[in-house]
Design a binder for this molecule. Structure first.
Ligand SMILES: O=C([C@@H]1CCCNC1)N1CCCCC1
Length: 329
């Protein structure tokens, strides 16, 4: 079988939300290839936290069964966090259903989630070795449907300021053109992780070998592209008036500055390029702009998020354990 579902952007393309039905209840979740928990806003949250969100109410689902005693607690690299209880229910995405999917019910959330009222939870598409359910971690939606998919893959075709598509079980030739440039992934840390041994500054720049560069992960749940400090510093050294502004949380520059293009190696065979315009992320007012390339704050991985992914067709191949990018159709 195959499934296709929309991915709708929030403001500034900061995240993409997709419709999911759980126990007959419709929620919009952030599909996140950088984590492996499926958690939802639930009716056990204080109303001050859940106001404005759709909440999942297990008592109204005819198919919900509690996983008694089980708990989960997740802390994301961006400082946000969530905890709660666990059950199993029928989860349907684009017409494909997992009858007994572990569903994590939030009963405590950090502020960032509370404020983002378009988001009713996250659906992890990473590897379940990093699922946080105790006493026994549980599989992701993708891991559960993989055996029944025509192909053990899913693709992300995110768009800039427009609705895109997640597809499960097929590589839709209508969504990309030219070759798909694959690289093997190392899933041992739970991520879609690969080497990124060089980078390029300027649309005609030479690729700079980066033997000390951290490995990269493809993370649909991260808005920006978060790079090792020496790489991001080398980029903004080419932008007149750029500086790191702690109060703004990173690299800023005059909106009038012209931004060079930037490219990152996807494994050792392909460099994914962005234009200067692709790197421009947000105007903060007062003629100050915030870049889409920022520091990974020494997290030991480079995080290739939506600022990169939305300019490509991305293939997450769970069968062959590889990640690929292609030009969009
Ligand atoms: O927590 C995260 C991200 C946060 C944003 C949403 N995706 C998951 N991680 C990915 C990078 C390494 C540390 C863990």
């Amino acid at each position: 079988e195959t499934a296709q579902v929309t991915a709708s952007p929030e403001q500034n393309d900061s995240e993409y939300l997709s419709p999911v039905t759980i126990g007959g209840q419709a929620l919009t979740l952030d599909f996140d290839t950088g984590s492996a928990d499926l958690w939802v806003f639930s009716n056990s949250l204080p109303s001050s936290d859940s106001a404005g969100h759709v909440t999942f109410d297990p008592s109204k689902s005819p198919t919900f069964t509690p996983y008694s005693g089980a708990t989960w607690q997740i802390a994301y690299g961006d400082g946000s966090s969530a905890t709660g209880s666990v059950g199993f229910d029928s989860v349907t995405i684009g017409g494909v259903t997992v009858a007994h999917q572990a569903v994590e019910l939030a009963d405590n959330l950090s502020g960032a989630f509370v404020q983002d009222t378009q988001n009713d939870g996250l659906l992890g598409l990473g590897f379940s070795t990093i699922n946080t359910i105790q006493p026994q971690r549980q599989k992701t939606f993708f891991e559960n449907i993989m055996p029944s998919l025509a192909l053990p893959v899913f693709t992300a075709n995110l768009q800039a300021d427009a609705s895109g598509t997640y597809t499960f079980g097929a590589i839709d030739t209508a969504q990309y053109s030219g070759p798909i440039h694959y690289t093997p992934i190392d899933s041992s840390a739970g991520f879609w992780q690969f080497t990124s041994p060089s980078y390029t500054i300027g649309s005609n720049g030479a690729s700079v070998p980066c033997t000390t560069c951290s490995p990269a992960i493809a993370d649909t749940g991260t808005s920006l592209v978060l790079l090792d400090d020496d790489v991001v510093s080398a980029y903004y050294a080419q932008v007149n008036g750029a500086s790191q502004d702690q109060s703004q949380g990173g690299w800023v520059f005059p909106c009038s500055a012209s931004l060079p293009g930037f490219g990152v190696a996807i494994g050792s065979g392909y460099t994914a390029m962005l234009t200067g315009q692709d790197v421009m992320y947000e105007s903060l007012g007062g003629g100050v702009c915030y870049g889409g390339l920022q520091s990974n704050a020494g997290q030991g991985v480079q995080i290739f998020g939506d600022v990169l992914l939305r300019h490509y067709f991305a293939v997450f191949d769970g069968g062959a354990k590889r990640f690929g990018l292609a030009k969009k159709a």
